[in-house]
Design a binder for this molecule. Structure first.
Ligand code: SF4
Length: 70
């Protein structure tokens, strides 16, 4: 990848499966937050600066409900 083209990358959470462990929020608070209902939600876009953390959060979610889409 050349890195000059701007790609929009988004995270998505299948919230029905979230077990509210909070791991994604502590791993990447730029992108994930705990919503008022107690489950995680996407709160921001993935950027070059937080993409690694967002991917780590997706990889480490214990119930695998986070998807990174581009
Ligand atoms: S890591 Fe997964 S299960 Fe834990 S709060 Fe985030 S989305 Fe929910």
């Amino acid at each position: 990848m050349r890195g000059e083209e701007e790609r929009v990358v988004k995270a998505k959470i299948n919230r029905e499966g979230c077990i509210s462990c909070g791991l994604c929020v502590s791993t990447c608070p730029d992108v994930f937050a705990m919503a008022d209902d107690g489950f995680a939600e996407v709160c921001g876009e993935i950027t070059d600066g937080n993409a690694a953390e967002a991917q780590e959060a997706a990889d480490n979610c214990p119930v695998n409900v986070i998807e990174i889409e581009d």
